[in-house]
Design a binder for this molecule. Structure first.
Ligand code: BGC
Length: 367
């Protein structure tokens, strides 16, 4: 799938500087939200359609939405798409939320480009549609986007890869491999583009060599974000490009689940552990980082993202416009979607204790 997101780094930088007050006035200019300013009942039905549990963040999000919506007085309908027929499942779940009269539908899209019919039904029924973490493409019927800044995630991953390799082996050239996420997730290209913004100039200069020469996102993709697909690809790259004593210095991995699969493959081939990036701060990866295996991850605290999404729902309930802080960066091919972007944080062994200080689950792992 061709990604339709047009990113402007300057826009993100500027967005980060916006105060809440200016963010609101900005939003008034840019938004085409469906709410008529009257709000809706305090105990309204709020639908949350999440993708399959392809990483820990989605597992956490489900419980946080269920409890958070209940605490706020809403009726929550939280659904996950099934592991195999994810697209059809999610389409049916959203349609059913519309039929049941949901006032807001929060969607973590399983396939960015396959939901236009369902979000259009939602709009016709008067519901507000919020794209959560993953943008929904090719439709005007998305009111808001809320996510950690995913382009920034990619940039941080690319920079961590370079820093980690330099720390281990001060002089290049460094040999690496590139992995990206599932092609149906709009984020995959955003992460990859962010990372390549850092890596491509170094590849062009010859400071970094991609051992397999596979630099196109189509070659690096991991269908379904599945660990076994990343492991298989790494196995075959090791066989085809790293025979004999050849080693690799680093691997760009878009998330933690894939990072661990890549490490399993490299270790299985008897090669030294390369610098491997990640994302999501999954428990097993934080342990791996502390044990000096995986190099980095990204902290995108799901508790915060869900809380901010519920804040958006509360504003809509009152008939207010929700706070947004970016009206330029996320063009979904039909419109620039008014967004609320949170800042992601890079985590290595060095800053893990500090980064997870307020996370009761992860903090003990860093001691
Ligand atoms: C999320 C990542 C996650 C991936 C796989 C992406 O859309 O932003 O945090 O690792 O999906 O579930």
């Amino acid at each position: 799938m061709r990604s339709l997101v047009i990113r402007s780094i300057a826009a993100v930088g500027a967005a980060a500087l916006l105060t809440l007050g200016t963010a609101c006035s900005n939003e008034r200019e840019g938004s085409t939200a469906s709410t008529d300013g009257k709000g809706f009942g305090k105990d309204a039905l709020i639908g949350v359609a999440l993708p399959a549990k392809t990483s820990e963040n989605w597992v956490l999000a489900g419980d946080l939405f269920t409890n958070g919506l209940k605490e706020a007085g809403f009726k929550g309908d939280v659904q996950y798409a099934g592991a195999s027929t994810t697209v059809a499942d999610q389409q049916a779940q959203i349609s059913s939320m519309v039929t049941k009269g949901a006032k807001v539908i929060v969607i973590g899209a399983t396939d960015a480009s396959q939901l236009s019919t369902q979000v259009s039904q939602a709009k016709e029924a008067g519901a507000t549609v919020i794209a959560y973490d993953r943008l929904i493409t090719n439709t005007k019927d998305v009111d808001y986007y809320i996510a950690y800044d995913n382009f920034k995630v990619g940039q941080l991953q690319g920079q961590a890869l370079v820093d980690g390799m330099k720390a281990k082996k001060p002089k290049g050239p460094w040999t690496i491999e590139l992995f990206s996420g599932s092609p149906d997730d709009n984020n995959s290209k955003v992460f990859f583009d962010g990372a390549m913004e850092v890596l491509k100039p170094l590849i062009d200069k010859g400071d970094i060599v991609v051992g397999s020469k596979q630099t196109d996102i189509k070659q690096t993709a991991t269908q379904g974000w599945k660990a076994e697909n990343a492991q298989q690809r790494m196995d075959s790259l090791l066989t085809s490009a790293y025979g004999g004593k050849k080693t690799l210095d680093g691997v760009l991995s878009p998330n933690d689940t894939l990072a661990r699969a890549i490490l399993t493959s490299v270790k299985g081939a008897g090669k030294p552990v390369p610098v491997v990036t990640g994302q999501d701060s999954e428990v097993e990866s934080v342990k791996s980082i502390m044990a000096g295996q995986q190099y980095s991850t990204i902290n995108k605290d799901t508790r915060k993202l869900v809380a901010e999404t519920i804040n958006m729902v509360k504003s809509l309930q009152k008939g207010d416009k929700p706070t947004i802080n970016d009206t330029k960066s996320y063009d979904n091919g039909s419109k620039v979607v008014p967004s609320y972007l949170l800042p992601p944080v890079i985590v290595t062994k060095k800053n893990a204790a500090e980064a997870y200080a307020n996370d009761p689950k992860l903090s003990p792992l860093t001691k």
